[in-house]
Design a protein around this ligand. Structure first.
Ligand SMILES: Cc1cc2nc3c(=O)[nH]c(=O)nc-3n(C[C@H](O)[C@H](O)[C@H](O)COP(=O)(O)OP(=O)(O)OC[C@H]3O[C@@H](n4cnc5c(N)ncnc54)[C@H](O)[C@@H]3O)c2cc1C
Length: 586
């Protein structure tokens, strides 16, 4: 499977992996992490959030004892080197750990991955075991006061010493997660102000200075500081990768960080839903538990729907990663380089995952505060922390604007290179969109209606993107409003397709009691996606304008049409299950 291909290809349920297929070992791992979060982290989170960095470090050490800091590291360096789907099982449960989850993800993800993927044997021998076992903590230093989203414009400079033994590093980084607790920093800088490069910088090197902790809206227990470099002598052997290629390290590692962030965000939603429904079951107003009110049930159903879509797309993406790397030989000296390349293929899906996961979390925590009412606004209940902690996810690891830009941007780039047949498909799709037709669907075939919808939505995406490219040609890059509407259409297609195919594949795998929830979530997901896509498509059409606007608008109405018969029953079924089980039900 190629990245971005989902918009031009019919995908079947046998082509995707679903969480229901998790092995016993993966389930056991997930359970172990959940117990760790519940018993060791959440019990102390209030204290961690008072900025008790020693306590935070202690928790990271405990995670290390369980092998959780070495999920990506090879066994020879004390890691457990898990496949992506197992990492998903871990990150999903860690997602409930608030600020500790952020410290954890920064360490195992963007902090350690540059060394794992791009380090030489000598560099790994020196540092990797320390990171995998939690003896040292890692941080990733890219952002600068004047270089945030525009990460190519960093000004931290590395000047080679005359004897060639060192680089002299000068500059300032800002907002560095684990800043005050890290021992090893991957620092991005330009050699002689030109060649983008990455360096492994030890905290103990003279001239490394850690700035004041940021006072933050959320994830208060995590460390976020500036890190300054004042003529730091970095040994030449600590250059990571090749000079001039450091930006590749920065961006490719961020891709994986984004995915991890999304998985943790969706995992975090499940903890928040559990707390909210438990509260709703015991809180009485008008003499009944508030969970009995339709408005609250609808909130629960909507939350579960979005989480199901996010979870389905993330697991599918994890499997795409695993498949892409399955043919590689871990003993190949270029294994990690090839692995990174294989994963880069799915840049579009990764950005979809980041945006969908972080926005689902924000949606969920907002509704969770509402379910708690006034108590949700106080610090006595967890809803307030969920709300504050969630917000950062739309900002770091590439803002959601940058990721929305990348979603269609990467697809169009592939199309220009001839790697994705978007343009060819777009012409046909456009004809289809503006030609009235009334295809019948055989309603008796399970999910046939939803599959037809997905196919129509793909046609719609192709027609709109083709029309946009035709109008703007290479100036398309400046038309962000239009690109963002295309991003939303593509994201909801990927999410809906993942959800429907998952439900189809799960038939026969799940108990008779559970099966109806899958039928219900297909209806609620299809309704949600078709509604959101209709809005984005209309926006796109009005933005692009042109003579064919009216036929395009009626095409949009036809291609986003979804007869959501039984929508209310479907929502109530989901909500009642959540209320009965007091948790997310899938
Ligand atoms: C708590 C926290 C932890 C962090 N951890 C780390 C870390 O460990 N390591 C690290 O290197 N960095 C880290 N960051 C930095 C983070 O990645 C950046 O804040 C983020 O990339 C945005 O950069 P910025 O803050 O400079 O915002 P800006 O880039 O100035 O963006 C401001 C606004 O403009 C929008 N914008 C900018 N460019 C465009 C564009 N081309 N098109 C559309 N919209 C655009 C943005 O989306 C945003 O809405 C962290 C930040 C925080 C707050």
């Amino acid at each position: 499977m190629k990245g971005g291909e989902f918009v031009v290809k019919d995908i079947e349920s046998k082509d995707i992996a679903i969480p229901e297929e998790m092995s016993e070992e993966q389930r056991h791992m997930a359970e172990m992490v959940e117990q760790f979060v519940m018993n060791e982290i959440l019990t102390d989170l209030a204290e961690i959030d008072k900025h008790n960095l020693d306590l935070l470090k202690g928790k990271l050490n405990q995670a290390a004892e369980l092998g959780l800091l070495g999920v990506y590291a090879p066994e020879e360096y004390g890691g457990v080197n898990l496949d992506t789907k197992t990492v998903v099982a871990v990150a999903d449960k860690m997602g409930g750990a608030g600020s500790a989850a952020v410290a954890f993800a920064a360490h195992v993800g963007i902090g350690s991955l540059p060394l794992i993927y791009y380090g030489t044997k000598e560099q790994k021998d020196k540092y990797l075991e320390k990171l995998a076992t939690g003896e040292w903590i890692a941080a990733y230093c890219l952002t600068e006061p004047d270089a945030g989203s525009d990460a190519m414009s960093i000004s931290t400079n590395a000047t080679p010493s005359e004897d060639g033994k060192y680089y002299i590093l000068n500059g300032s980084k800002i907002f560095i997660t684990n800043g005050a607790i890290a021992d090893l920093y991957t620092v991005f800088a330009k050699i002689n102000k030109t060649d983008y490069a990455a360096f492994l910088v030890e905290r103990s090197f003279e001239g490394v200075e850690i700035g004041r902790e940021e006072e933050k809206m959320g994830i208060r227990g995590s460390s976020t500081t500036p890190v300054m470099f004042d003529s730091v002598k970095v040994p030449a052997e600590n250059l990571l990768g090749k000079p001039g290629k450091g930006y590749k390290i920065a961006f490719s590692v961020l891709d994986e960080g984004r995915f991890l962030l999304s998985v943790a965000a969706i995992g975090g939603c499940k903890y928040a839903i559990r707390d909210a429904v438990q509260y709703a079951n015991q809180r009485k107003q008008f003499k009944v538990p508030i969970s009995q009110f339709g408005a609250i049930k609808e909130k629960l159903a909507n939350m579960v729907t979005k989480v199901f879509m996010g979870e389905s797309l993330n697991y599918r993406l994890a499997d795409l990663y695993d498949q892409a790397i399955s043919s590689l030989d871990p003993n190949d000296p270029e294994y990690y380089e090839k692995k990174q390349k294989a994963m880069e293929e799915f840049g579009t899906e990764c950005s979809i995952s980041k945006v969908f996961g972080s926005e689902t979390l924000d949606y969920v925590v907002d509704e969770v505060v509402q379910i708690y009412g006034g108590y949700g606004f106080t610090c006595d209940y967890p809803a307030e922390r969920y709300y504050r902690d969630a917000r950062i996810n739309r900002i770091f690891e590439g803002t959601n604007e940058i990721n929305r830009y990348l979603i269609p941007g990467l697809m169009l780039k592939k199309s220009l290179k001839g790697e994705l047949p978007l343009q060819q498909a777009a012409m046909k799709a456009f004809e289809k969109l503006i030609t009235p037709s009334f295809d019948e669907v055989d309603d008796s075939v399970k999910f046939a209606k939803e599959k037809k919808l997905i196919s129509d939505l793909k046609t719609l995406f192709l027609a709109l993107s083709g029309m946009t490219v035709q109008k703007y040609m290479d100036k398309i890059k400046q038309e962000e409003e239009i690109l963002f509407s295309l991003a939303d259409i593509a994201s909801y297609i990927f999410a809906l397709e993942s959800a429907v195919l998952r439900a189809e594949k799960a038939q026969g795998m799940v108990s008779e009691k559970k099966a109806p929830f899958y039928d219900a979530v297909v209806v609620t997901s299809a309704f949600e996606a078709s509604t959101k896509i209709e809005e984005a498509a209309k926006k796109c059409a009005y933005y692009v304008g042109g003579d064919a606007l009216q036929p395009i608008l009626s095409g949009i109405r036809r291609f986003t049409r979804y007869d959501a018969y039984g929508l209310l029953e479907a929502k109530r079924k989901l909500a009642d299950a959540v209320i009965e089980q007091e948790k997310y039900v899938f």
